[in-house]
Write a protein that binds this ligand. Sequence first.
Ligand code: EPU
Length: 337
Amino acid sequence: MKEIKNYPLLPHNTFGMDVKASVFVEYTSVAELKTVLSNKDYFRGSWLHIGGGSNLLFTGDYDGVIFHSAIRGYEVVRENDEEVEVRVGAGEVWDDFVAYSVKSGWYGAENLSLIPGEVGASAVQNIGAYGAEAKDLIVTVETVEMATGKERVFANAECRYAYRESIFKQELKGKYIVTYVTYRLSKLPVFNLEYGNVRGELEKKGCEVTLDNVRNTIIAVREIKLPDPKLQGNAGSFFMNPIVPRAQFEALQATYPDIPHYDLGGDRVKIPAAWMIDRCGWKGKQVGRAGVHNKQALVLVNCGGATGDEVIALSKQIQESVYRTFGVNISPEVNFI
Ligand code: EPU
């Protein structure tokens, strides 16, 4: 276990905010986590558990305790000729797990290549890209309850997964800490290439459809569209894609016949926030030291030395302008701290 006072958070937030935490605590096992939880001193004031810091926006120094998991390791816990189940430590880097799966010849995680963050957050946030979501792979989520230090295993259905949602972000927010996630992958080829023209990109390059090629294609597409946080601070998609009632979507479609959308069935239609932000003319714009990425309007960037408040001010202007034009509310996916 590691406890550091006055700890610089710059390496722990991809937005590149140069702020400090009063105390930073990192644990490497479930036993250490339980010891941490039994220390009342840590819980007298504010506390926050972080993962890779790729979905956080700090607005100033953090006056409290920040916890981070360094629980590591991969373990195959079940396998047959068709499937394999791998139990992974919450502190592993998500993309290392994807790389490991692809190298092992296991199918299912490749579309989620290069998503920043750690394994624990994949289960809380239900990360997703290119038609795949973590929830499609998750079998169980092992946790420790903050209040009691008791272990509890959540089956997939108990996690109440939805688009970028889970029980850990709703009624159990701040109540359980994820320690291990078990994912089920396929040993038989199953690809998911229709979303975002992944197949088209493979064909353009004259590539055979293999695990490696799909992973490399997704990485290439992401690298073109999304800024590298090492070069320009950002937290990936800043807003979630809003889901609106069908009637509202149809009214919008009458005015904007080219509006992209994903029909979720029933009364729900998802509209890409990026398209609306782009249509409002925000792409590539800069306000103070915060800006809108010039290749993907959903991504807000730190143009150098921006404060969290500057980014929030820009995000508010964007929300207002999207609402004025389309009558649709867009909510941040990023957490303001
Ligand atoms: N679009 C624009 N202008 C832009 C960008 C996109 O008009 O500047 C249009 C595109 O033409 C397309 C639509 O908006 O019709 C959707 O764009 P894209 O496929 O790039 O995906 P997205 O909905 O903007 C989501 C995820 C990303 C994920 C991609 C690919 C959310 C909030 N974001 O973005 O996730 O990589 O799909 O599957 O769901 C992240 O969460 O950090 C993230 C990057």
